[in-house]
Design a protein around this ligand. Sequence first.
Ligand code: HEM
Length: 470
Amino acid sequence: MDPTPGSNHFLSLPRPDILEGTPSGLVDTTTLAAHDFDVDPRTGFMPPQPPLARLPPAWEPWEAILDHAKGLKMKLGDTEDLPEDEIMKSETWRSHVRALPILPITDLRVSELYLRRAHHVLGWILHFYIHSLPPDAPVVIPPPVSLPMLRVSAQLQLPPLLTYSDDVLYNWALKTPLLVPDSAPALDNLRCITLFTETRDEEEFYLASSRIELKGVDALELMQVIMDETFVGDNIATRRVAEYLTSLSGVIQELRKLLLAVRENCDPDVFYHLIRPWFRGVDSDPKKRPWVYAGIETDPSLQEPKELSGPSAGQSSLIHALDIFLGVDQYSHASSVTGHSSGPPKSAFLDRMQTYMPRHHRSFLKHLSSSSRPLREFVAASRDAPLQEAYNAAVLALKEFRDAHMIIVALYIIGPSKRPAPTAARALRPDFKKDYGDVDGLKGTGGTELVRFLKDVRDRTAGAVLAPVE
Ligand code: HEM
């Protein structure tokens, strides 16, 4: 796919260097829809066209070494009783990574699509490298990966490791070509480009999120029309907002179903033992090893990375958008909900996760939260019982989405970590202490003390429900 299509095309305008900024008076042309926060009316936070699947030939060494890693079906470095030939196989691959040339990224900066693909490829190499290391080896990312990754990440304003955008938003292709050109892909017409394990389970894990993102377009559309109506604000608008909110509850219920459907093709034990450890960031490493980006000291323009949590759907802009739009974020994003009870102070987990989102999506969320007519205030001020009921139903639908999410977490993390509990999938609201014993030490890939954190966010979501109109 040529990311510079035709000399008179919008995307062919020079991409402003992100570190230097857009010259004053000029629009941000880093992506076609940058002026629209890169949110597409057909595909939402997913790009409307399948993401670039290969970099130009100058960066073929990265693509080739990633292909090599995928083909080797490497095992996790901390696999118990790993046979000697597996240890040698991954060490040989890592020695090839260390021997790569340090490729310049200057020419990648012409296109956001090149940079996205570079972050994806380097992120995957970096995680293959770190998580295939023997468990006691220090984590030192060699300069041929660390330096371009830091430089690409600075351009994209993302942390230098895999993010949700690498494994979900920009990790798909069409199974079969679209029947109607430029339409949104059907939910069952997606496949993934890059996987750690080449298993259907891993692909389904990412695609569950992709489907939620695509279905979420209906929610984004409703948010838009509701916002328009709240600006009108008369009686007819109030009635319409109530109707749209009822539709929004229906969409959130659909998202919940899509989330629960991950159980159809993703096996919890395969996920927990074989897939999930590849995602670990620095704060979910059981050995608490620091990550060293070797060579960083040779380039004064680079900064020591501060955010190194592994990819998590907590980085999905869609769920954040729902929180913000419904006014739930003042509860769920409260500064006390950090996901950490010990260690250095952290900011609210969900706010921290926004630094892992593509920057245009981050700006979209900022724009949404600075609305001069916040929905929750509009509903509270209306004293209109049907409107309030419709609003509360939407908030509760989001809480039910989080209830379902806890079922998934019980099934995919807590169960396998304590021996599988066959009833967990069917339990509506698992009693964690009773069913699984002490789970306080379990960490999410985002580094959270996951049970306490997820329960806290779920319970706080319901905190936004408005008291009935008297
Ligand atoms: C097998 C599937 C899944 C598992 C095992 C899982 C696990 C987790 C865990 C452990 C966390 C805690 C934060 C962290 O440390 O990363 C989390 C957070 C989160 N996950 Fe998932 N997740 C799954 C699928 C999804 C999907 C498909 C979505 C929606 C796109 C989603 C949305 C979220 C959100 C929004 C958070 C932040 C907490 C919140 O807002 O409630 N998850 N997930």
